[in-house]
Design a protein around this ligand. Structure first.
Ligand SMILES: Cc1ncc(COP(=O)(O)O)c(C=O)c1O
Length: 390
């Protein structure tokens, strides 16, 4: 039996009835842009998050861009962000003309190392962008305190963590804005591109509504410079149809993760869920010093694994102009050589999960590959943080 990394076709089959009905309804309605389906989804998603307002837009990248534009981010401003993220987080910052300033991550949960933030703040720092990577949120309480001390705004990149929580607050609702991606494989995905920004501020909401629609306050009255970034009616209806199932799908992801961890914790470094956090496992990422060998071995057994992400943003060619050299972000650079994302999608069967576990166990039977007991057992050294997180 093959184990693909993901399987959107199975997802479609699971929700075919409600999805087909949603698409047919929109096709027959005569409204395709900025209509009732978008309005409905924005209200429903706001309720789901516990946020006052949601503004749909064309992608996760543009959700980040729109929130930064709402913060009046531009040339000369600095935005604090991690380099261990999907590069679009950084593209969105560059789209505003602002400069990304990179902060290292924590080795335990791979999110922004909040203890390093203050040392990177300058009079030009405008926004902090913590990325809730893989489905585990950043330490928002500390980040919000640092931001408040320096009068800086916070934009949560929630692309990978729809439904994750931190002490009961849903991802996106703690910062000034939360940016979401509805890329098809996300925890809530469209069947095409899509994104959204949430906020609790009416003023920000009104600005975002204009920014996504050519800067118009009403038709042909352009109060500010905006773009075209709208979530269309078909994608809105598709998202509304799936929203009632997000918690259930996240629970399935968590069950798969628990099964993986039980089977792998004595072999490799498994993901950490810190107390007070709810991880939604957009990705299940392990660490091993034998990453390439293990990936190839599993592939030969029909198991597809991926690497998120092999090159951190500060070492990408596109960002070489920022002047970062290898060694600038030690934890980021250490883990990118070791991380491996195992197959993870809600429709995965327990038998498939067991097949991956068995594959990894068999790999380690080869005497060339030594289990490092100090690392395995879900114990991760938090590099430079002077603590061990288990
Ligand atoms: C952390 C993160 N930020 C931003 C994005 C960009 O989202 P989109 O692909 O919808 O533009 C993604 C998706 O790849 C992501 O994973």
């Amino acid at each position: 039996m093959k184990v693909p990394f993901g399987n959107m076709k199975l997802h479609y089959e699971q929700f075919k009835t409600v999805l087909d009905e949603a698409v047919a309804r929109v096709m027959a309605s005569g409204y395709y842009i900025l209509g009732p389906e978008l309005e409905k989804f924005e209200k429903e998603f706001a309720t789901f998050l516990g946020a006052k307002y949601v503004v749909g837009c064309a992608s996760g990248t543009e959700a980040i861009y729109l929130a930064l534009a709402a913060a009046d981010c531009g040339p000369g401003d600095e935005v604090l962000v991690v380099a261990h993220t999907a590069v679009p987080t950084i593209s969105a910052i560059s789209m505003t003309g602002a400069t990304p300033v990179f902060v290292d991550i924590k080795a335990s949960t791979y999110v922004m190392r909040e203890s390093e933030l203050e040392s990177k703040i300058t009079p030009r720092t405008k926004v902090i962008v913590p990325v809730h990577i893989y489905g585990h949120m950043a330490e928002m309480e500390v980040i919000m305190k640092v931001a408040a001390r320096h009068n800086i705004k916070v934009l949560e990149d929630c692309a990978q963590c729809t439904g994750a929580t931190y002490r009961g607050a849903t991802a996106g609702t703690i910062g000034d804005w939360g940016a979401f991606s509805f890329y098809p494989s996300k925890n809530l995905g469209a069947f095409g591109d899509g994104g959204a920004v949430c906020t609790n501020s009416e003023a920000e909401y009104k600005k975002l509504i204009m920014l996504r629609n050519y800067g118009q306050s009403k038709r042909y009255y352009h109060d500010i410079v905006g773009i075209n970034s709208r979530l269309d009616e078909i994608q809105s209806a598709i998202l509304s149809a799936q929203l009632p199932y997000v918690h259930e799908l996240n629970e399935r992801r968590r069950a798969i993760a628990a099964r993986y961890t039980a089977g792998l914790k004595d072999l490799v470094v498994t993901p950490v869920e810190l107390p007070g956090f709810k991880h939604v496992y957009h990705l299940y990422v392990i660490q091993t010093p034998y990453r390439e060998e293990l990936q190839q071995y599993l592939l030969e057994r029909g198991i597809q694994c991926l690497i998120h992400y092999p090159i951190p943003a500060h070492l990408q060619q596109a960002y070489s102009f920022l002047g970062y050299k290898a060694g600038a972000l030690p934890t980021t650079e250490h883990i990118v050589k070791r991380i491996l994302s195992l197959p993870m999608f809600p429709q995965m069967t327990d038998a498939q999960v067991d097949q991956v576990i068995e594959g990894i166990a068999d790999f380690y039977k080869d005497s060339r590959y030594v289990v490092d007991n100090a690392e395995a057992g879900s114990v991760v050294k938090a590099y430079g943080e002077g603590q061990v997180v288990s």
